[in-house]
Design a protein around this ligand. Structure first.
Ligand code: ADP
Ligand code: ASP
Ligand code: MG
Length: 455
């Protein structure tokens, strides 16, 4: 990848679903774009709630009247914005043709679903919202142009959690995006892409953050801005505890751990391209830009022992037990061969002498707790006993030098003496300690740890 010096003042800005939820939110976000003359590329999500409805339709709603109701909701969301435009006629036909296409595809999904069809359906959220947002910018006298990101955002074929191809994205961005930046503000879609045949793919739920980071990397941007509904990264999800505090500045390593371990504010992969290209990332609230936000950079002044807590629900733990594992070699290799064959990505892992516990990655657009395909269970069962457990949450404590600091484990586990912790991972990263816990205790555990370590 080209590591040349960043384009001296080129900001890529991403606005999430709540920041483009309706006419008012879009108008506020448009003002943020216009206020910074360096912002030349804007990636947006679907209007808030739209992707959820599209996922429901893609999963197959067989009752025609329920399906109709959902389609009506989609129409209403977009019509409400059209109604407040000065010149709705310039984009009305495009909006209605996309809504018609959703209706046709939803009917197909009611008969037979597929991951490819799901991506095609859910991509409509971003295709729709970008028409509206571009027009709002134009009506505020900004030179906005709408671009279809799909031919640029090249991915592999894994529908629902497609893997972007950075080299190809860079090449496509150089020919299709950079020439437009002179005098224009480009508005395009987060979350969606296409494979080498041009078939629509998606990067997984919440993937717009990742899209924006990939585009920022491809055009060598000097800053990536993520505009959302909270003024930056907090010490934990402010919805869990009002005691959560905003963080002014945080390192790439710590913020990557937060994103990876469930802080929904950033898609887990967002910081990977930013780190590769050393692009500072700003996270702020489009509702209150004056409150400032969080800067995420390579190096920061403050590196506290305990920084933040993240929570990830819907964990699936698989425990594999076999006496053959005892002092033998090759057992884990065989387990991982089977998992790899079924394209199952493992998240966490701990081992004892005769068993290994692991959790499954969960990133695809379909949502819910990840499951082991039956075929994989069958193959693993020839090797060992297989137990699958759900209803678990993962709590991660993020900080600095935790495994090298005497007494830190005592502070952490001391605060949790009333809880039954499941799998614990500690030591592999100096920035992270995490454990599984029953879903119904998880928020309490976060509140307890927050009170004792972060307040
Ligand atoms: P968007 O639609 O803009 O992408 P998301 O809903 O995906 O927004 O992410 C923003 C939400 O992330 C916040 O409203 C907040 O509830 C949640 N969140 C989780 N962890 C954190 C954290 N550590 N700091 C701030 N917000 C967090
Ligand atoms: N609209 C997509 C979702 O809701 C992508 C995103 O918002 O980041 O998951
Ligand atoms: Mg998000």
């Amino acid at each position: 990848m080209d590591n040349s010096i960043a384009n001296s003042a080129l900001t890529v800005a991403k606005f999430g679903g709540t920041s483009v939820a309706d006419f008012t939110a879009m108008s506020r976000s448009a003002k943020i774009v216009i206020a910074n003359p360096d912002t030349k590329i804007v990636l947006i999500s679907a209007c808030s709630g739209v992707t959820n409805i599209l996922v429901e339709l893609a999963n197959g709603v067989s009752d025609a009247s329920t399906r109709q109701q959902r389609l009506q909701q989609l129409t209403q969301t977009h019509q409400d914005v059209l109604d407040q435009l000065k010149q709705p006629s310039s984009i009305q036909d495009a909006i209605y043709s996309l809504l018609d296409s959703v209706a046709t595809l939803a009917e197909q999904a009611a008969i037979a679903t597929s991951a490819q069809l799901t991506d095609q359906i859910v991509s409509h959220g971003e295709l729709l919202s970008t028409y509206l947002f571009t027009q709002i910018l134009v009506e505020q006298n900004a030179p906005a142009v709408r671009v279809d990101i799909r031919p640029i955002m090249r991915t592999d074929d894994q529908f629902g959690k497609a893997i972007p191809q950075p080299e190809q994205i860079k090449q496509q961005a150089e020919t299709q995006l950079l020439p437009l930046l002179d005098g224009n503000i480009v508005v395009s879609q987060g979350f969606i892409g296409s494979n080498s045949q041009g078939v629509t793919t998606t990067l997984g739920r919440g993937g717009s953050d990742y899209s924006a980071a990939l585009v920022a990397e491809a055009v060598n941007a000097s800053t990536l801005e993520i505009w959302t509904d909270v003024p930056g990264l907090y010490t934990t999800d402010p919805r869990i505890t009002p005691a959560a505090q905003p963080i002014k500045e945080i390192s790439f390593s710590e913020a990557s751990e937060m994103a990876n371990f469930g802080a929904k504010i950033l898609h887990p992969s967002t910081l990977v391209p930013a780190v590769r290209q050393q692009i500072p990332v700003f996270v702020g609230s489009s509702k209150a830009p004056e409150q400032g936000g969080t800067w995420i950079r390579q190096s920061v002044e403050d590196a506290p022992l305990f920084r933040a807590l993240a929570l990830r629900a819907n964990q699936t733990m698989v425990t594999l037990t076999s006496l053959n594992m005892f002092h033998a070699y090759g057992f884990l290799a065989e387990v991982f061969r089977i998992l790899a064959e079924h394209k199952i990505s493992v998240d966490l892992i701990t081992t004892s002498e005769v068993s290994v516990s692991l959790t499954l990655d969960q990133t695809d657009t379909g949502g819910g707790a990840p499951t082991l395909p039956l075929k994989a269970v069958e193959e693993l069962s020839q090797l060992c006993r297989v137990e699958v457990e759900q209803g678990l949450s993962l709590v991660a404590l993020i900080g600095n030098q935790m495994s090298d600091t005497k007494g830190s484990a005592k502070d952490i586990f001391g605060a949790l003496e009333d809880h039954n912790l499941r799998m614990i991972c500690y030591g592999a990263s100096p920035h992270n300690l995490c454990f599984l816990i029953n879903e119904d205790e998880a928020k309490d555990v976060v509140r307890t740890l927050h009170a004792s370590l972060l307040e």
